[in-house]
Each structure stands twice: as C-alpha cells, then as structure tokens.
Design a protein around this ligand. Sequence first.
Ligand code: 4AD
Ligand code: MG
Length: 430
Amino acid sequence: MKEVTIAEIGNYVGQEVALNGWVYNIRSIGKIWFLIFRDGTGLLQCVVVKSEVDSDTFEMETKLTQESSVRVTGTVRAEPRAVGGFELGIKSIAIFQIAKDYPISPKEHGTAFLMDHRHLWIRSKKQHAILRIRHQVIKACRDFFDQNGFTLVDTPIFTANAVEGTTNLFAVDYFDRSAYLTQSGQLYGEAGAMAFGKIYCFGPTFRAEKSKTRRHLTEFWMVEPEIAFCDLDKDMDWAEKLVAYIVQWCLDHCGTELKTLERDISKLEKVKAPFPRITYAEAVEILTKNGVDFEFGNDFGGNDETIISEQFDCPVMVHRWPAEIKAFYMKRDAENDDLALGVDMLAPEGYGEIIGGGQREDDYDILVKRIEEAGLPLKPFQWYLDLRRYGSVPHAGFGLGIERTVAWISGIRHIRETIPFPRTIYRLEP
Ligand code: 4AD
Ligand code: MG
C-alpha cells in the first residue's frame, strides 16, 4: 500500500493509501466517529463508519487517546468541509503505542507549564505553525544570499575575543585556558569577505543576557552577511532587500501557518523595499514629539523602539548613532567623528530591532586605538588587525536575528515561542 503524508494527500483522491502519525482528537456521533489525525505535515479528518469496518476497528474509538501513535489506511476523498479539504474513509487502524495521560489537553495551560513541556508543546497547532515559519525564514535567508553571489563561511563558536562588549560574554573552560561562546560571527565574517568578496555566516550566537525581556534569549540564531567594497548606504540596500525577500517568501509559502496564527497579513503585504531611513537624531526627534523624556546619546529601550517603528508601515532603518553606545569596530562618520556608521532596523508593529550592522573601521591605526579605548586586550585581535594590514578595503555587514524576525512575521509577542527549545536566564530545560 502506498504510504503518503497529509501534505501530499490531494494527489491521491479516490485511492487507497496508508499514513503514519498521531491521534490529535476524536469526535463521535454514534455510528460514525472521526479521528482527527496529524502526521507532522498537517491535520486530516479520518471517518470511521460502523458498517464499513470490522468491529475491532470500530471499537478503537474507546482505546485511542490523544497523541497515541497509529497507522491508518483508507480511501482519500475530497471533502471541502474538512480541515485541509480532504478526508480519509478508514479501512483499518494499527496501533504503535497508546499514549497515557498526555499532559497537554485542549484546555488552557499557563505558559510556565507549557514551557516545561516544550518537547510536547511543539506538536500543538500554533507552535507547529510558528516553527514552520521559522523554517521558511531560514530557507529564505539562505536562498537570498545564495542567489546573490554570497559564499557561506562558517565561523567558530568557541572564540578567544569579544565582539559585542564584554558584559554579556559566556566564558567556558577550554583545556588550560578559557574561551567565550561567540556573540557574533562578524569578525570572522570580515576575514571571509576579504577572501571571497561577499559572504554570510549563519549559526547560533550566545549572550549572557541578564535582562528578562520578551525580546532576549541567551542562545539565538543570527545570519550575518559581510561585504567587501561596501559602505553604509549599500549595506542598508542589502538589508532591506533581504527583509523584503523574507517577508514575500513567507507570504507565498506560509499561508496556512499565518492563517492558523490569525496573523493580519495586510500588514506584511505592505513590506516592500525601499524602507525608510532616518538618522538617530531624527529618531530622537520622533520620541520627543511623542512626549518621551529621552536623553540624547542613550540607546533606545523597547518602548522607544515601538514608538519609532509605529510611525512607519515598513521596517525603519536608523543610522548614524552616537559612537559611544556602539561597538568598537564601527567606522565613524567623515562629517562628524562622534557618530558611528551603524544601522539598526526596527520591525513594524513594535517588534523591535531585527537587524544591527554597519560599516567597519578599515584603518589599522584607528582600529588599534578603538580596541584600546574599549578596554579590550590587543593580543587576541592580532589576526583581526591583519585584515587592515593586508589589503584593507571599505566594508560593511549586518546581523539579522532569526527569532525576532520570526516573532514579527508570525505576530507572536514573545520570542521564546520562535525557537524549538529556548534558552533564557532561567531556562535550560527541556
Ligand atoms: O545588534 P547586534 O548585537 O549586532 C551584532 O552582533 C553585529 N556584530 C552583527 C553584524 O554586524 N554582523 O545583534 C544583531 C541582531 C539584533 O538586531 C537582534 O535581532 C538579534 O541579533 N539579537 C538577539 N536576538 C535574541 N536575543 C538576544 N539576546 C539578541 N541580541 C541580539
Ligand atoms: Mg543591536
């Protein structure tokens, strides 16, 4: 018998097929009962009619429990009223295992309980939809860079130096010395750009974030392009092209999931390049106009980002930041040495910063000075300084946080639901 999945069931109308999966729900109306069946690719209504099956099969209604694993066989029929538009007229059901007391029932559970059962929670409709969107966001990133001449350069996770400041570094024992879990692949990405022109790295990054917010994880995934012969303006061109591509890809390929999540897709449909670009000073003006008591020179908090982003339908790129609050590697504005040529992209609807990046300092002497000013030791940066010794060029790049992007596209308030197994200050299990 042909084994198929729910995703492809439409190709088998009128045929007898087998599917492997789990019991999602059971409903009975006397001489007929319905098994709502899931196989990881979707949900399928299976109809068990007393006069069409043997008595053992019909009696399974009382045996089968939520999340029991089964193999069903039957005939595929078009049924517009059923979830997905098809149903299976059951011929037989074979049991792999009967699940006892599955802890997640259709009733409401608190988030702490669900997070403790994350390994099971990801089977639920909504979580399943979010994680499928995550898959498509990641695919869109890779496709975008692959189609635009970028080479994938994997960067290490064990590192000897800090990239994004020393306050949130995770130190680990590394034989007779210590190492840090990487905060960003950027510095290695810069080496890659000097070797390949345009590169991207993509992997998990780590920050010992002590703040407990809905936007911070201690382990998150970041895709980071780095481009030789690129300035801040071109960097922003790449950033907006990437994000517009991801959104369009998800609109084209995640319709079912976005519907499950009741996402207002009219908001996503407005996301088309070019995106607005404003300076940090202009962003501060927006805050002041909206009655925020904001001190020029500070970084924006979550609420500030929300107010700024609410002025626009598209993501907004904020550039030219006070150098003091940005990383040591950022090039300064030729017109004003107090400003760093950095850019943050803020997602609409209050989802906050999804991209951070900018143009890099490419002068050897200035970079040495910046490392010293940041209070960082020079020795672990010798290899990085080599990039300014041997054929230094203007270059730029950025990092897109996958989880924040998924949260925005899915319309999910809290970032912890956008990664299969989130890591936060208080959570290392499951
Ligand atoms: O702005 P960040 O810190 O930039 C960098 O790391 C640069 N070195 C990237 C580069 O230029 N190659 O981080 C980039 C993005 C943020 O905009 C945000 O989306 C995400 O990474 N991010 C986090 N996501 C979840 N949890 C956290 N704790 C995050 N910190 C940053
Ligand atoms: Mg940032």
